[in-house]
Design a protein. Structure first.
Length: 266
């Protein structure tokens, strides 16, 4: 393959280790890519507040794509470069349809200001979520444009089954995905990691064929399909392994950095 002009990488389960850290080796590779003029774009399902801790590793391009493509953050300016939000009427329509078809489903919402949730909503990882901005029924929480609508249900332990059930209800009215947990991540129609990465790359004058991308979960599938060169992590979701054109070592083994060191001769 020709040498890529841009690196796009997911974070959790891909670039960072299970404890959320970035190894010294990965850090060194990112610095070397910056030195030779290859931009690295973080493309993550994380909300902005969980991505900030890794901004020190962003190079001069200074952009991060967060919340599965709903937000492009300008790190230097500390402000949004692009928002792709779900309008209130659509959020209300989708939430109502899912509640009617999937009894027990409870919701949370994500905005630039933070998250809000229904009284019964429990974070999918205990102890990792700051207090909500608001606690109220979903009908009251969809009164503003949202970055993401989140849904979960007690007793659901298969993320793929939950996703399939939700997709059968909402179709293409919104984009629904998951990133390992049985938690629905709902974005505005057409908003994916890939569609927002394409907008950023167009601005930078870089084509899909010149992008090398890394991921591990279903929310990475659009990006891996779009990029000219794609790598699934060794411990990735089976659908991601089947989709990607190459396989990288696991995230605990610095898989992204090891591949990049070889591709760019670092």
């Amino acid at each position: 393959m020709s040498t890529p002009k841009l690196v796009a990488t997911d974070l959790d389960g891909t670039l960072v280790r299970a404890d959320g850290s970035v190894s010294d080796f990965t850090r060194d590779v990112l610095v070397k890519l910056e030195e030779i003029g290859v931009p690295v774009i973080f493309v993550t399902g994380r909300p902005l507040r969980w991505t900030r801790v890794l901004f020190e590793h962003i190079g001069s391009v200074g952009l991060a794509i967060v919340s599965n493509g709903a937000l492009v953050w300008d790190v230097a300016a500390d402000q949004p470069r692009l928002t792709r939000l779900i309008e209130p009427a659509l959020s209300a329509e989708v939430a109502s349809a899912l509640k009617a078809s999937m009894p027990g489903l409870v919701f949370a919402t994500e905005s630039l200001e933070g998250w809000s949730g229904e009284p019964a909503f429990r974070p999918h990882v205990s102890g990792t979520l700051e207090p909500p901005r608001r606690v109220a029924p979903i009908e009251e929480l969809v009164d503003e444009p949202l970055i993401k609508l989140l849904g979960r249900r007690d007793g659901d332990d298969d993320a793929d089954e939950l996703l399939a059930a939700a997709t059968a209800v909402v179709g293409d009215r919104v984009n629904v995905t998951h990133s390992s947990f049985p938690l629905l991540e709902i974005s505005a129609p057409g908003v994916t990691k890939a569609s927002t990465l394409e907008l950023v790359c167009t601005e930078l004058g870089i084509s899909a064929s010149d992008v090398i991308a890394f991921g591990d979960m279903p929310n990475d599938l659009p990006m891996l399909t779009w990029a000219g060169t794609s790598y699934a992590m060794a411990d990735a979701h089976p659908s991601v392994v089947a989709c990607a054109s190459h396989l990288a070592p696991g995230h605990e083994d610095d898989g992204v950095a090891r591949v990049l060191a070889g591709v760019f001769g670092l």
